[in-house]
Design a protein around this ligand. Sequence first.
Ligand SMILES: *[C@@H]1O[C@H](CO)[C@@H](O)[C@H](O)[C@H]1NC(C)=O
Ligand SMILES: *[C@@H]1O[C@H](CO)[C@@H](O)[C@H](O)[C@H]1NC(C)=O
Ligand SMILES: *[C@@H]1O[C@H](CO)[C@@H](O)[C@H](O)[C@H]1NC(C)=O
Ligand SMILES: *[C@@H]1O[C@H](CO)[C@@H](O)[C@H](O)[C@H]1NC(C)=O
Ligand SMILES: *[C@@H]1O[C@H](CO)[C@@H](O)[C@H](O)[C@H]1NC(C)=O
Length: 298
Amino acid sequence: MYRKLLISLCLIGLTSAAVTVDASQHCDCTELNQTDCALALSWCLWNTSDSECQEYSLGCSDLASQILCDAADSCKWNSGSCEDWDPSCSDGTTAALCNDIDDCYWNKSNACASFSACTDYSAENCPGSEWCTASSGSCAAYTFVTCSSFTTAATCLGYDTKTTRCAWANDNTCKSLGAVSACSDLNNFTNLCNASGSCVYEGSACRAEKCSDASSELTCNAISTGDTTYSLCSWANNACADAADTSAFTKDNCYARTFRNYKWSSDNKCVACDDLVDNDDMSNSVILGAFVLLALIA
Ligand SMILES: *[C@@H]1O[C@H](CO)[C@@H](O)[C@H](O)[C@H]1NC(C)=O
Ligand SMILES: *[C@@H]1O[C@H](CO)[C@@H](O)[C@H](O)[C@H]1NC(C)=O
Ligand SMILES: *[C@@H]1O[C@H](CO)[C@@H](O)[C@H](O)[C@H]1NC(C)=O
Ligand SMILES: *[C@@H]1O[C@H](CO)[C@@H](O)[C@H](O)[C@H]1NC(C)=O
Ligand SMILES: *[C@@H]1O[C@H](CO)[C@@H](O)[C@H](O)[C@H]1NC(C)=O
C-alpha cells in the first residue's frame, strides 16, 4: 500500500514536471532539418549538395581575404594569409586598437600598457573597469560612497565597496546590497525585485517568477533555473503554464523554444535530440560574426 502510494506520487511528480533544457548545448548538427540547421548558424551549415546539416569549424587560415580575416577576433592578416593572433598591449599602436585588447589601456604618454594608476589616463581613456572615473576633465580613482548618508531614493546610488552597492530599501533607507543570488535576497527591496525581470514581489516577499505570471502568449516562454538552464512554459486555454511536454511547439518554433535542445522530427513532432553538443566546443575555432560567415558562403 505504502509502496503503491510512493509510486503514484512519483508518477504525479513525473507528469507535472516541466520540460527543462540547457541553453549551453545544442543538437548535434547531423540530426537537424534544413530549417533548424539554418537557425544553428554558429555551429552548423546546410550542405546543399547532399542535403545534410554539417558541423563546421573554421580557423583563421580558412579566411582568404584581409577584410574577413581582420573582422574575426584573434585573427590577423599577415603578408597574404590569415594567421592566428593573440594580441598583447604592444600591438595597440593607436588608442582604438589598444582599447580592443583585453586588459590594455591607452595612457597619457600615448602608450598602450597594462593598468597602472587612474591618474595616468586622460578623461577620454579613463579605465572604468579598473575603478577609475572621469570627472571634471580628468581621470581619478573611484570614491566609494557611504550608503547611509543618502536620504532619498534618487540619491541612493553608487558602490560602497567593490562588491556592494547602495539600494533603496522598503524601510525608506539607503542600504548596502551585495550580489543577489536568489530572489529572496530582494525581500526588502520591492522596487529592485520588480525591476529584476526574473523575480516577482508577492505578499511581502520576492520570489522567482513562474510560467503562470506571464499574461500573454508573447511573454510565455521559459523560466531561468540556473546559469544556462531553463524550465519551459507553454500557452494553452488563455494561460501560461509549465510545459509538461513539447506537444504545443510547432515546426517553426520547436528548435528555438527549446533553446536548441529539441528538433522537428520526420513524423512532425518536437522531440529531444539524441545527442547534445556543448556550444563552446567551438572555442578553439574562430568565432565569427554572422556577417563574416554569410560573406564567406555567399
Ligand atoms: C557536402 O557534402 C559532400 C558529400 O558528402 C561533400 O563531398 C562536400 O565536401 C560537402 N561540402 C562541404 C562544404 O562540406
Ligand atoms: C604609459 O605606458 C608606458 C609603457 O608602459 C610607460 O613607459 C609610461 O610611463 C606610461 N605613462 C604614464 C603617464 O603612465
Ligand atoms: C528585512 O528587513 C527587516 C526589518 O527591517 C529585517 O529584520 C530583516 O532582517 C531584513 N531581511 C533581509 C533579508 O535583509
Ligand atoms: C511591484 O510589483 C507588485 C506586483 O506587480 C506591485 O503590486 C507593486 O506595486 C510593485 N512595487 C513597486 C515598488 O514597483
Ligand atoms: C526532416 O524533414 C523531412 C521532411 O519533412 C523528413 O523526411 C526528415 O526525416 C526530417 N529529418 C529529421 C532528422 O527529422
